[in-house]
Design a protein around this ligand. Sequence first.
Ligand code: HEM
Length: 194
Amino acid sequence: MYGMVNQGVREYILKSYGEEVWAKICSDADVQNLEFDRMASYDDSVTYKLVGAISEHTGLSSDDVLRVFGEYWVEFAGRSNFGNLMRLSGSSLVEQLKGLDNMHDRILISMPHLKPPSFELEEGEDGLCQLHYYSEREGLAPMVIGLLYGLANEAGEHVEVKQTAFKSNGEDHDIFEVKLVDHQSDHMTSGHAN
Ligand code: HEM
């Protein structure tokens, strides 16, 4: 993966645990770099090894590490040179989810070795959507859950996310049920009929 991902992991650990812990994590993961070139490609194993070492260090499961990192990524990438690409996809969560492939396609122009994921959104009744996630990689579904909460947070929306199909269980791809929690219905019940 591009170094930007590993830099995001690094920044998260530096902010939450500091330099010494980061150095220890890199050494436990047998990763030589303490920093990464954002625009260079690294073997995926570097990222997976870092996640494993963070899990060992924090006691969080690897899935939880990925979930937390996914949520952090939205803020981290939002501050990067690519941040506008994400914001220009739309102001609501649904618009952003529809624009994800387009956004990664634009990133591909600057990062030609990118192997982006692909998403497909099915919008249902009552704010219930199905998000299909396709990837060449294994094990990153928990990160998608974190990303969804992060995106919803940036958009000022509330969601409940549940994974309903698992590639890791032999299903074709991962599917998430995304429930948009409607806050409109909580108010404006003034009793004045008109
Ligand atoms: C400006 C914002 C973003 C940037 C710059 C960005 C960039 C990247 C980069 C560099 C990778 C590594 C892939 C590689 O190097 O081959 C990646 C992977 C990924 N991105 Fe994005 N991304 C952004 C936003 C998002 C958002 C909002 C989502 C929400 C679902 C998302 C979902 C993913 C997933 C799931 C992967 C893992 C790769 C895989 O599944 O195979 N990204 N992205």
